[in-house]
Design a binder for this molecule. Structure first.
Ligand SMILES: Nc1nc2c(ncn2[C@@H]2O[C@H](COP(=O)(O)OP(=O)(O)OP(=O)(O)O)[C@@H](O)[C@H]2O)c(=O)[nH]1
Length: 375
């Protein structure tokens, strides 16, 4: 049986078992206190009280076990067979009670109650239910043959039990079908939720990431940088930007092909992302141009990082290239107190980067108005 049905059975059993214990207690009290002058009736009342006592112990154990097993992440085999075993025990017990009752009445009520009770409380596969109830009815019909002398009473008891058996099977099948349909719907819903979530994540990645390098794209970078700039202004904290442009990238493309050019871009992106803090933002701004946003970072600290990046880039190994990759970097910083737009800071970093290109490439320049001068 599916895990969900077994778990649902264990959950229901952990409560239903205690309800049966309470019913057993009421029966023990009533039949234990009843006294009759006739020894047959007196003996019958003791037997009923004893049978309920035995069942109370079984059900208390069942309730305790079902609760423990239900909490387990992986269901052990005992958890899987418990609901079926309990159904069989309850039906066997009801047959015993029914036979005992024949001493004072001709009813099959205990069997009827147990059959309908099992059908309502537990979710069993239709084939299991048919087998179980079929065997129970055959057993009852057979033992009644030994305890009932009147053929009319025997016939009506067997037929009443057969009707209860059929009713229990019908109820059980209806419950099972409802469960199976709900389970299927829930699975379909979970699957479509999973697909929706995957599509949402994919769309978000498409909207915010550069597909080649996986870095933030320009639009998302600008959105996040605006937010960081406003935060820096509010807190009076410094903020720096590094603009990085690969040197002679066109030559790399022309000599080695676009695939190698793309690999250089990917390795550069990996190098940049791997050299920065989690709070920093790295983006591919377009072509072979990258940008880094460094919150809470002064111009001097940013220069150190930029130059470390530049030096590290030469060690990024692309075997087919033969020569090291180099880049020109521009650094611009703002103090928290400064009222400046993101566009203006980006422009300063861009100017500094072009200054690095002009003065020979493979170097880092800090924008003059950031206060540190060129390096
Ligand atoms: N492989 C590859 N090349 C790209 C991509 N985007 C832009 N490029 C190429 O990058 C090259 C940039 O060339 P330029 O702007 O002349 O710059 P450069 O050759 O690096 O020269 P300097 O910046 O002055 O050192 C162009 O050839 C573009 O085709 C890309 O996604 N993949």
């Amino acid at each position: 049986m599916q895990d969900s049905a077994v778990r649902r059975n264990l959950q229901v059993l952990s409560l239903a078992a205690w309800v049966l214990v309470a019913l057993n207690a009421v029966h023990i009290a009533v039949f234990g206190l009843l006294t009759f002058d006739e020894p047959v009736r007196d003996g019958w009342a003791r037997q009923i009280a004893t049978a309920h006592g035995a069942m109370a112990v079984v059900m208390a154990l069942t309730g305790w076990l079902a609760r423990r097993l239900h909490a387990r992440p992986v269901l052990p085999i005992v958890g899987r067979i418990l609901p079926l075993a309990v159904s069989a025990v309850v039906l066997a017990w009801a047959i015993v009670l029914t036979v005992m009752d024949q001493a004072v009445s001709s009813s099959v009520n205990p069997y009827v109650n147990a059959a309908v009770g099992v059908a309502i409380v537990l979710l069993l596969r239709p084939s299991t239910m048919v087998g179980l109830m079929g065997m129970a009815w055959v057993a009852l019909a057979w033992v009644l043959g030994g305890t009932t002398d009147d053929p009319a009473v025997l016939a009506t008891n067997r037929m009443n039990a057969a009707s209860a058996t059929a009713l229990a099977i019908l109820v059980s099948i209806l419950f099972w079908r409802h469960y199976a349909r709900t389970e299927l719907l829930q699975r379909a819903l979970a699957e479509s939720n999973r697909q929706l979530e995957a599509q949402r994540a994919e769309l978000e990645a498409l909207a915010t990431r550069d597909p080649l390098t996986g870095l933030l794209n320009r639009r998302e970078f600008v959105r996040q940088a605006e937010h960081e700039l406003a935060r820096a202004r509010r807190l009076g904290a410094p903020l720096s930007l590094i603009m990085l442009d690969l040197d002679h990238f066109k030559t790399i493309n022309d000599r080695h092909g676009h695939a190698v050019g793309d690999e250089v871009l990917r390795q550069t992106a990996r190098h940049m992302a791997g050299s920065t803090r989690q709070t920093d933002r790295v983006a591919r701004f377009g072509g072979e141009e990258f940008v880094l946003l460094l919150p809470d970072t002064s111009a001097e600290q940013a220069w150190h990082l930029a130059d470390k990046l530049r030096e590290g880039l030469a060690r990024v190994c692309i075997p087919t290239l033969g020569v090291p990759v180099t880049a020109s970097l521009g650094v611009a910083s703002v103090l928290g107190t400064e009222s400046v737009t993101l566009e203006a800071v980006l422009h300063r970093a861009d100017q500094a980067m072009y200054e690095a290109k002009r003065s020979g490439r493979n170097r880092t320049v800090v924008a003059a108005d950031a206060g540190t001068g060129a390096a």
